[in-house]
Ligand binder design. Structure first.
Ligand SMILES: NC(=O)c1ccc[n+]([C@@H]2O[C@H](COP(=O)([O-])OP(=O)(O)OC[C@H]3O[C@@H](n4cnc5c(N)ncnc54)[C@H](O)[C@@H]3O)[C@@H](O)[C@H]2O)c1
Length: 420
């Protein structure tokens, strides 16, 4: 159903959002504090380079889309207000939310009636900003009128240069809300889009956006660090090697996609990743470089195992029987070389845990032969579950998928985040 929507800030994200929602049949009114920008748009000119927007503006201007000259006019008759203003970096590196706060303050100030308004943060803000900072700011600005305003988050994933296509054909729509009323309204606004619409908390929605952007940044910096290593080694055609890297079937999801590598767990292991990462970091250092990303990868792989031990210790005491589920470094393998389970068991033993039971569908014999730990191996999963006080998943075997049901309320530490 068509809704009345305001979009505040008509830059890349705001103008695209406004026209995209107009294209879906909503009645959209836009406003930009830069009045020159607003009047250019009102005259049918798109003040930035973004293919597709010119046509969309020509189609909707004066019909589904209009530009307000004042903020009061922009918010007077609408129910939902999307905020698409900038969130630059402050001097200390933190996100500067002041432009956003100023916009919220102005909106609250100019609304004279007492109808409910939903403010939707489309600007990118660090996880926790809406719940911790912006909600408090809104309440402070609105005073006794605070219940009249809702606050939700709806991060945007469009790419400049492809903004129109990305907005109109999104891969996912992420909505962070505090309650059903706001959810129903935002879900209805996006009902015309052919994409999964996810209901999350505001902090989760913000986190998804930062997961996305920081991963992309990490991939770029990783590639650049590798290009510097290659330059130093010499005799390497850098674009050629990267183009061959891109032929890896896993990028295209076959037989199992790259996504499985972008998932948290308790560390990488096995014969290849630990030693090869270490060896390239070592070679780069020998050549006089400081491969920060490779070193950080190795350090993080150590720290995640220490964190795993802390997580187990937080729900147990050394007298407890700890059931370790999974000894191979990954499911469907009996390879136990550099398996995270090894470091985790070692860490527990050094903290005085003496009653450790371990299970694995394939790798018990290899593990027992490789590491002479004073622990008990159990082939029978049911018996282990019965005897253990705390169950720890160290390898994401399918066999453990129903552990919550099988464990009957016992403490579970799912280090692979594999349980539903
Ligand atoms: N550019 C991208 O590719 C992209 C993609 C996803 C998310 N984002 C995020 O979206 C937000 C906006 O990004 P952008 O690139 O569209 O920024 P932008 O600078 O192009 O546009 C912001 C607009 O907001 C206007 N504005 C500022 N204060 C205002 C106020 N109080 N009232 C009305 N208008 C006001 C500015 O005049 C400007 O035109 C940022 O948080 C950004 O991180 C950007």
């Amino acid at each position: 159903m068509s809704q009345k929507i305001t979009v505040i800030g008509l830059g890349f994200v705001g103008l695209t959002t406004a026209l995209g929602l107009a294209e879906k049949g909503h009645a959209v009114i836009g406003y930009d504090a830069n009045l020159e920008r607003g009047s250019q748009i009102a005259a049918g000119h798109v003040p930035l380079h973004e293919p597709g927007l010119e046509t969309a503006l020509a189609k909707h201007l004066g019909a589904q889309f209009s530009v307000a000259v004042t903020l009061r006019e922009a918010v007077r008759d609408t129910e939902t207000i999307f905020l698409c203003v900038g969130t630059p970096c402050s001097e200390d590196g933190a996100a500067d939310l002041s432009i956003l706060q100023e916009a919220i303050h102005q909106i609250v100030d100019v609304i004279a009636d007492d109808d409910y308004r939903l403010l939707v943060i489309k600007s990118t803000v660090p996880p926790g900003s809406t719940a911790k900072t912006l909600q408090a700011f809104l309440v402070e600005s609105a005073g006794a009128r605070a219940p009249q305003f809702g606050l939700a988050t709806n991060p945007e994933f469009l790419r400049e240069g492809y903004a129109w296509g990305d907005f109109m054909y999104p891969d996912r729509i992420v909505i962070g809300v505090n309650g059903d009323r706001d959810w129903v309204r935002l879900a209805a606004i996006y009902a015309g889009f052919d994409a999964p619409v996810h209901r999350l908390t505001p902090s989760e929605a913000e986190f998804v956006k930062y997961l996305s952007n920081t991963l992309l940044a990490t991939l770029i910096s990783f590639s650049n660090e590798m290009s510097m290593v290659a330059l130093r080694i010499g005799d390497i055609d850098i674009p050629r090697t990267f183009n061959i890297l891109h032929q890896d079937k896993r990028w295209f999801g076959y037989p199992a996609g790259m996504a499985s590598y972008v998932y948290p767990g308790c560390g990488f292991g096995g014969y290849c990743l630990p030693k090869d990462t270490q060896a390239l970091a070592c070679l780069a250092s020998t050549l006089g470089m400081k491969p920060d990303i490779l070193n950080a990868v190795i350090e993080t792989n150590h720290r995640i195992k220490m964190t795993a031990i802390e997580r187990i210790a937080a729900v147990s005491v050394p007298q407890h029987v700890i059931g370790i589920l999974g000894l191979s470094f990954k499911p469907d393998s009996d390879d136990v070389r550099d398996s995270p389970a090894k470091d985790i068991i070692q860490g527990l033993l050094s903290r005085g845990y003496e009653r450790i039971l371990a299970h694995d569908p394939l790798a018990i014999a290899n593990f027992a032969a490789a590491y002479s730990f004073p622990i008990t191996y159990r082939n029978d999963l049911d018996v282990l579950i019965q005897v253990a006080d705390v169950l720890v998943i160290t390898t994401a075997w399918c066999d453990y998928r129903d552990l919550r049901i099988l464990a009957g309320g016992k403490s579970i530490v799912d280090l692979r985040y594999c349980l539903a």
